[in-house]
Design a binder for this molecule. Structure first.
Ligand SMILES: [Zn+2]
Length: 148
């Protein structure tokens, strides 16, 4: 899905502001994320590291959690910001987490303090993805079993 240049700039500003809240004392790699939901609202997150490393959260996961808690159902676009100048992309785990709340046409935008760097669709970053529709037949089967 395409979004306006104005909205892209709003997402960039929100993502950079979220990045300022990053808790990344171990990697010193601060990341921000801004998710645009189906209602046109922006939800933000930053990476939150933990002394027990695997317990850390990525910025995208934090932003998706905020979206869900606000009642958002679908992500339309996500803008991720890192320190630059290297282009940041969502990690593999976050690509799958985004897929839970978006179709393959989700717009994924990368940026840094200097501006927007690059953009893709989720399909380009996570081709042949596994998503909720794969489980729909099983879920429906289980619902039918519960009825009988
Ligand atoms: Zn991640």
């Amino acid at each position: 899905m395409k979004i306006s240049a104005d909205m892209q700039q709003r997402l960039l500003a929100a993502s950079l502001a979220a990045r300022a809240h990053s808790h990344s004392p171990y990697s010193n790699y601060a990341v921000g994320a801004a998710v645009l939901d189906e209602q046109g609202r922006i939800h933000v997150g930053a990476n939150i590291e933990n002394a027990a490393y695997p317990q850390g959260n990525c910025a995208e996961a934090t932003a998706l959690g905020a979206m869900v808690m606000a009642g958002g159902k679908q992500a339309v676009a996500v803008l991720v910001t890192g320190p630059g100048p290297d282009v940041i992309t969502p990690c593999g785990g976050c690509r799958q987490k985004l897929r839970e709340f978006a179709g393959p046409d989700l717009l994924v935008i990368a940026g840094d303090p200097a501006g927007i760097q690059q953009q893709w669709t989720l399909e380009q970053l996570l081709p042949f993805s596994f998503g909720p529709s794969h489980l729909a037949p099983a879920v429906n089967q289980n619902k039918n079993k519960e009825k009988t």
